[in-house]
Design a protein around this ligand. Structure first.
Ligand SMILES: [Zn+2]
Length: 433
């Protein structure tokens, strides 16, 4: 045996506390070989670690990461993003296609794969392909090759930081049909550009605290309504990224009855409202914007109800210099990989979320939706991807300690209870204790 993790406290994906148990986990190379009651095995291993009853979950799968690299390596690269992912408990990350160059053709995809290889990291990379009004032929050609590392097609209904917008509803339909034919999901940034363009913004303060008025909530609500309708019409699996409003929750709840809809929430929409923008300004500028307290409450309820399926960090690094520009010129987004698990555990400790939902939100549901059959569960034969959590550990978010190049956070200074203490990726154990 390569490694034995002793006294791991496992959590099943359901609410039955009897199924939580302390076990020893034997790992050979990159796979889990044996799981048995703690102390019941005397198998020798090259390496052992005693987890002393710490909580062990499947390694996190983050479906929403902007790794940057290539033309934007100054913001982040695969080496720093990979280190940030592992430190944050994520062993698999899906990279978004709005990079430079955008992942819209085979050459760009190969460049991205090469950047991952060159980083020699342990995080497992998957890719979203980008859709534009003129790339459908390229997408079809790429998918004909049945690439195992492609999870789906991302489309933007509005401009955010560096991306191409799909304007034509016929293209949206065609992209969804194309994805459905290949058994893949379509992810969508829901804000509608035409709605944003029509928004009345004269007289609004030129400050991030008014970002939610500069990009009004109706635009994301309309986009979500449109996409849910198209999902029902085309039969495509729709992955709604960063759901942010109470109205979208109601639309999704209803639409799930007759369409394949998977809804993601970010930690920032789940735990912050726009009030914080008066204090942190552009650091908290993000698309879609932070919303109102009622939206935070509705999103938390939707997670508890199962209407929300996954948590995606929307890790979107920029330099601090870029974020320090005046409001209109500052890019949207901030890092999230290293705070997500801590924020979720903290919410569990505060009684906001039940503990048993954590595996579903952070790995199991994503593994099922995106067909990652070898992970998202702790089982003999599965890939040895695990995250070790200390639910009682108190810490303060200090961006200076981040592995990402983007060393700032809207959560900076927040005191959290619950932390990632180790990760195992394909058998490689990194203990941060
Ligand atoms: Zn994003």
């Amino acid at each position: 045996m390569t490694l034995i993790l002793r006294n791991a406290h496992l959590l099943s994906g359901d609410a039955n506390p009897d199924r939580a148990a302390d076990v020893d986990i034997g790992i050979r190379d990159s796979r889990i070989e044996i799981i048995c009651a703690a102390g019941s095995t005397s198998i020798a291993a090259d390496r052992e670690a005693d987890l002393n009853g710490l909580l062990v979950l499947p390694g996190g799968i983050d479906p929403h990461v902007h790794v940057r690299d290539l033309g934007q390596a100054y913001k982040e690269d695969w080496s720093t993003a990979g280190a940030a992912a592992l430190r944050g408990g994520f062993t698999t990350i899906f990279d978004m296609p709005n990079t430079i160059p955008p992942t819209e053709n085979q050459v760009a995809l190969e460049q991205k794969r090469e950047a991952v290889r060159a980083a020699h990291g342990n995080v497992d990379a998957r890719f979203w392909l980008g859709a534009t009004d003129h790339t459908l032929i390229d997408l079809e050609a790429m998918l004909q090759r049945r690439p195992a590392d492609v999870v789906g097609i991302k489309l933007f209904l509005a401009g955010t930081s560096s991306n191409e917008v799909v304007h034509d509803p016929e293209t949206v339909r065609a992209v969804m049909r194309c994805a459905a034919r290949h058994g893949l999901a379509v992810a969508v940034h829901e804000e509608l550009q035409a709605c944003l363009d029509a928004a009345e913004t004269t007289g609004l303060p030129d400050h991030a605290s008014a970002h939610g008025q500069h990009r009004p909530r109706e635009c994301t609500v309309e986009g979500t309504r449109l996409m849910c309708r198209l999902a029902a019409e085309t039969g495509c699996t729709l992955y709604l990224v960063h759901v942010s409003t109470e109205e979208e929750v109601a639309i999704i709840r209803e639409a799930k009855a007759h369409a394949r809809i998977v809804a993601e929430v970010t930690p920032h929409h789940l735990f912050l409202d726009e009030e914080i923008l008066h204090r942190i300004g552009n650091v908290g500028k993000v698309n879609p914007p932070l919303r109102e307290p009622r939206d935070v409450r509705a999103l938390q309820q939707a997670v508890r109800d199962g209407v929300i399926d996954t948590v995606g960090s929307d890790h979107a690094p920029h330099t601090l210099d870029e974020k320090a520009r005046p409001y209109h010129a500052a890019p949207s987004g901030f890092p999230g990989l290293e705070t997500t698990f801590g924020l979720l555990l903290n919410a569990v400790n505060r009684g906001v979320l039940p503990l048993h939902l954590l595996p579903r939100l952070t790995s199991t549901r994503a593994a099922d939706v995106f067909g990652l059959v070898d992970r998202g569960r702790i089982a003999e034969g599965a890939r040895a991807d695990l995250v070790v959590l200390d639910p009682a550990h108190k810490w303060t978010v200090d961006p200076v300690l981040f592995r990402t190049k983007a060393r700032y956070s809207p959560f900076a200074g927040m005191q959290l209870t619950g932390a990632v203490v180790a990760t195992l990726t394909a058998g490689v154990f990194v203990d941060y204790r």
